[in-house]
Design a protein around this ligand. Structure first.
Ligand code: F6R
Length: 613
């Protein structure tokens, strides 16, 4: 995950920035850089690879000054090499930027800027920001004004931090959407800027967090907050505890809430470096998937537990639909004791956040014995599942601390979508136009997730109405049937409210007997090919007095008139809709449990990694 650190004050900025970046190192990155204003000029050092390489570079070519910004980068646009590493400096050498997130309209901006004479020195979307600011600063405008106008031109979710040698007394930072936070730290005659609290905690406990659509003008003396239109914002600094756990939670009450909100960032990182939007292709090099293997595979058996199993169920839809390969999904604790039909032409694909789940590992061992090719989708690098697999996809979510899995559910959905495209392509069953269409849809995902997250206040209101609930039914159909399962699992594990996920069409075969006014039904009724059927499901629940909470596509007045509560999501391509539709259900479970005062991050009887049978 990308990280940002900035400093302004009497001390040497370089070691403070490098140390701050080190504190964020465990989240993963592939290149790093620092820019410092030295004797009136911006000096940049950056390199691919680990921070130790950057530190060595700084030792060889020292830079020192009292104001600077630094960055650790997960490649999104362009390879993880030195020229694509942040910070990016403009053509005049007077403006420098670091950035988290994606400038969605960067191709359009790049064309416009290039037509006006801008020369680009990287393949990144970020570089467009610095050229825009430079152009807008021109001869008369200040950094602040130019930055404001630039922020209005950027589409997508991102955080941006800028400095200019023309105005050596300030750093300008902005949070535009949900691609991670921006925190400003107060010191004695010095100030700090970071994407995450741990980066600056050794220097200060007095901080303010930026909300979406806010910017900060940071000087040595303090910070001025304003909207992107320049309206001032008053916000007193808050004191954060030294406790490193609390610090890691940042502006959130619980890790689960933080991790739910991190999904824009984790989904950005999931597609980062693996998708070439211009060529319309995906790359999953660690899977070791050759064209020969892709053609030889007769079937895929997905195995996993809990939330990861639900991701596998979505994977079945995706792989069968896109790659036309038969897929079976098996709970790992069952597969290990069956006599499964697995042979050399089978791929056994394990999904596991921890990569250490005993049942999943045993199912993999079973696959190994029967001669299958073993693949794993895992979050923890170096875990057992990753080590025993013949190929793997690493989830790019960063550590997941809340016991209830959230960001490690949505990332593998996108991984499986990319896998399905790759398989179909290598098997020669995907025409170029369709491949490009499927790949292009990936670009939308982080932003759509961000739009769903913005609806949190309405989800919280729905949560308040469900606090007395003892039982709850979740219904979904098609590719969102697993979304219903996952929504129900989230609710039961952290709120201890009994919840069942059901394929909507099955309701009439039994569960309908349960419906009365004490049985709320959560339906996933977004506008897709199953929509009409879900509408009739809602009617059936309503006619029996059951309260309905519907996940629905923004603007759907029909649903608004039928449901008691609507959890709105943006319109999303149907194959990626499980990624977006689960977000309000994660937030619903979270808010119910938090309002009930429960231990959200460590629910009773559960462990993050189940290493026993
Ligand atoms: C639910 C949850 C569990 C895990 C399951 C598998 O929120 O976290 O259901 O998904 O225990 O764990 P991993 O993915 O580590 O194999």
């Amino acid at each position: 995950m990308c990280g940002i650190v900035g400093y302004i004050g009497p001390r040497d900025a370089t070691p403070i920035i490098l140390q701050g970046l080190k504190r964020l190192e465990y989240r993963g990155y592939d290149s790093a850089g620092v820019a410092v204003l030295q004797n009136g000029h911006i000096e940049v050092r950056r390199d691919a690879g680990k921070l130790s390489r950057l530190t060595k570079l700084v030792e060889e070519k020292p830079l020192s000054g009292h104001i600077g910004i630094g960055h650790t980068r997960w490649a999104t646009h362009g390879e993880p090499n030195a020229r694509n590493a942040h910070p990016h400096i403009g053509m005049t050498g007077e403006v420098v930027v670091v950035h988290n997130g994606i400038v969605e309209n960067f191709l359009e901006l790049r064309e416009e800027l290039a037509a006006e004479g801008a020369e680009f020195h990287s393949d990144t979307d970020t570089e467009t920001i610095v050229h825009l600011v430079e152009r807008l600063m021109g001869a008369q405008q200040g950094l602040e004004q130019a930055a404001m106008q630039t922020f209005h031109r950027l589409k997508g979710h991102q955080s941006v931090v800028l400095l200019s040698s023309r105005e050596p007394d300030k750093i300008v930072a902005a949070r535009l959407g949900n691609a991670g936070g921006v925190v400003i730290g107060f010191g004695e005659d010095e100030m700090f800027v970071a994407s995450d609290l741990p980066a600056i905690l050794e220097h200060t406990r007095e901080v303010v967090f930026l909300e979406n659509g806010e910017m900060a003008i940071v000087t040595r003396e303090g910070v001025r907050l304003q909207t992107l239109d320049g309206a001032p914002i008053e916000r007193a600094p808050q004191t954060v505890p030294w406790d490193p756990v609390a610090a890691e939670k940042g502006e959130y009450r619980h890790f689960m809430q933080k991790e739910i909100h991190e999904q824009v960032r984790s989904l950005t990182d999931t597609i980062a470096g693996r998708v070439d939007f211009e060529a319309g292709r995906v790359y999953l090099p660690q899977l070791n998937l050759t064209p020969e293997l892709a053609r030889r595979i007769k079937r895929i058996v997905i195995t996993a537990c809990g939330t990861a199993y639900h991701a596998g169920l979505v994977g079945k839809y995706l792989i069968e639909h896109i790659a036309r390969l038969p897929v079976e999904v098996d709970v790992a604790s069952e597969l290990r004791y069956r006599d499964p039909i697995i042979d050399e032409d089978t791929v056994l694909l394990a999904i596991s956040q921890s990569g250490e789940t005993a049942d999943t590992l045993a199912a993999m061992a079973e696959g190994r014995t029967r001669g299958a090719t073993l693949w794993a989708v895992v979050n923890v690098i170096g875990s057992q599942a990753m080590r025993v697999a013949d190929g793997y996809i690493s989830m790019q979510t960063g550590p997941e601390i809340g016991v209830a899995s959230t960001k490690a559910y949505t990332a593998p959905l996108v991984d499986l979508y990319m896998l399905a495209i790759l398989l179909a392509d290598l098997r020669g069953i995907l025409d170029e136009q369709e491949r490009r269409r499927l790949v292009a849809a990936l670009r939308l995902v982080p932003d759509l997730a961000g739009q769903a997250l913005e609806r949190e206040p309405e989800v919280e209101a729905a949560a308040r109405s469900l606090l007395e609930t003892k039982h709850c039914l979740y219904l979904g159909r098609g590719i969102n049937m697993p979304t219903a399962y996952e929504g129900a699992l989230k609710l039961k594990e952290i709120s201890y409210i009994h919840a069942e996920g059901y394929p909507a069409g099955e309701m009439k075969h039994g569960p309908i007997a349960l419906i009365d006014r004490d049985m709320p039904v959560v339906v996933i009724a977004t506008q897709d090919r199953w929509y009409e059927k879900m509408l009739s499901q809602i009617e059936q629940v309503k006619s029996r007095g059951g309260p309905v909470v519907a996940v629905a596509t923004e603007g759907d007045e029909m649903i608004a008139s039928l449901a008691d509560h609507v959890l709105w999501v943006p319109e999303t391509p149907w194959m990626l809709s499980p990624v977006v539709n689960v977000i309000p259900l994660q937030m619903l479970a979270y808010h119910i449990a938090a309002l009930l005062g429960l231990d959200v991050d460590q629910p009773r009887n559960l462990a993050k990694s189940v290493t026993v049978e």
